[in-house]
Design a binder for this molecule. Structure first.
Ligand code: CTP
Length: 401
């Protein structure tokens, strides 16, 4: 796949830069020609001489090259056009922000702006930097330019802290690029339907029955599915969240009945459906037309069951890969497996309320992914965006198997 490919590797100033020596070796071993641009701060972490020796090409750092008394111009336009693939690894928060905003104050950035080939970036930074809204904004902007992110992983960081922000391992970066070049993004020809958030069941014109779901898990799933190239329909109950992405069609609903209708109008044409919404199980039998007055000392509302959207999708399932969520407090595995079977699912994502940081109303989640063949994969506590990466990777592994 990489044989004969011209790869331009941009290395920026983070401790993960030392791993690029392995990355260059793997790329060369795969038959690629590698040219390297090193930012000034990156050269404190990895030696230009090592990289030049491994890549068998001079390592470039500035616009001008002083060589044996003559001064040459490192032409960023030529470099950008030379490359079949440009990879920025590790990509620091600083460089990502500059790339997202068109700043052009070094050779790497000028070349990035000139390149016409597919561009990949592998972020590496400390966990708080990785989850900062401004960093996330850079990711989103770069993805809207069709640059491809190779997400950081979770683990021990140079700061001594533990969390997300570790650059993907060189082997994983190389396989990611190989897969992209051979097949495009893993979900590029797929349509994904996702439900998110709570539903509000009206009691009268001003009151409702609802729950504390924020919708975050569903929105992160939508973002990740779009990042993997899917066309996404996100049917969301009331949520303060928003998503702006060319590939995501956000359909806002209020009640379970509205969610049911919206989901069914998109289900037939979907390849994957993920129900992450916390749908109200019951709704008031009658909605008062006028605001109810507090005339009596007690007050009863007669509730009737809402339609189970996920169950109905299971009943009508044809080609779709159908995934549900289960929030359990006891006999978690058995209950989740029972739900998977009863609702005719291909997989279920189990959250246990016994795990702190899991479930809804939090920015983190701890999940166990169970498929219909009872293959069980348990994950550690992660941010919901990292959980979305895990869930979509479990799904794509199965649909592309
Ligand atoms: N779900 C749905 N429509 C409903 C209720 C639930 O689509 N009316 C979906 C949720 O989005 C989730 C899954 O079904 O994917 C949750 O299943 P459910 O049986 O409701 O789980 P719990 O709410 O945990 O149910 P129970 O209270 O019976 O444990």
């Amino acid at each position: 796949m990489l044989s004969g490919k011209k790869i331009l590797l941009g290395i920026t100033g983070g401790i993960a830069a030392y791993k690029t020596t392995f990355l260059v070796r793997l790329l060369i071993k795969a038959g690629a020609t590698v040219k390297i641009i090193l930012t000034e701060s990156a050269s404190s972490f990895v030696s230009p001489l090592t990289l030049a020796t491994l890549s068998k090409n001079p390592v470039l750092s500035s616009f001008v090259l002083e060589d044996k008394g003559s001064t040459n111009w490192n032409n960023h336009v030529e470099l950008g056009l030379w490359a079949d693939v440009m990879l920025i690894a590790p990509a620091t928060a600083n460089t990502l922000s500059k790339m997202a905003n068109g700043t052009c104050d070094n050779l790497l950035l000028a070349t990035y702006l000139s390149a016409k080939c597919p561009i990949f970036f592998a972020p590496a930074m400390d966990l708080d930097m990785y989850k900062h809204p401004s960093t996330k904004e850079s990711f989103q902007k770069l993805e809207s330019f069709k640059n491809v992110m190779i997400p950081a992983t979770s683990g021990e960081l140079a700061s001594g802290l533990h969390g997300e922000g570790r650059m993907a391992e060189p082997e994983d970066i190389v396989s990611f690029i190989k897969q992209f070049l051979s097949e495009g993004l893993p979900l590029s020809d797929k349509k994904v339907l996702i439900t998110a958030g709570p539903t509000y069941e009206a009691i009268d014109p001003v009151r409702f029955i609802g729950n504390h779901s924020t919708g975050l898990m569903g929105y992160e799933l939508a973002r990740e599915a779009a990042r993997l190239g899917a066309k996404v329909v996100l049917v969301s109950g009331p949520s303060h969240l928003n998503i702006e992405h060319d590939f995501v069609d956000l359909v806002r609903v209020v009640s379970a009945d509205e969610m049911y209708d919206a989901v069914h109008s998109h289900y037939e044409s979907s390849d994957i459906a993920i129900c992450a919404a916390a749908v109200a199980d019951y709704k008031p039998e009658l909605i008062a037309e006028q605001k109810i007055k507090k005339t009596s000392s007690t007050f009863n509302i007669n509730l009737v069951k809402n339609k189970d959207i996920l169950y109905s999708l299971g009943e009508q399932k044809k080609h779709q890969f159908l995934v549900g969520f289960a929030l359990e407090t006891e006999n978690e595995l058995e209950n989740a497996k029972r739900k998977l079977k009863k609702k005719n699912l291909d997989a279920i994502v189990l959250n246990s309320l016994n795990d702190s940081g899991a479930g809804f109303g939090t920015s983190t989640n701890k999940i166990t992914f169970i498929d219909k063949n009872s293959k069980i994969t348990a994950f550690e506590l992660k941010s919901k965006s990292a959980v979305a990466v895990d869930i979509l990777s479990e799904i794509t592994n199965r649909i592309n198997a």
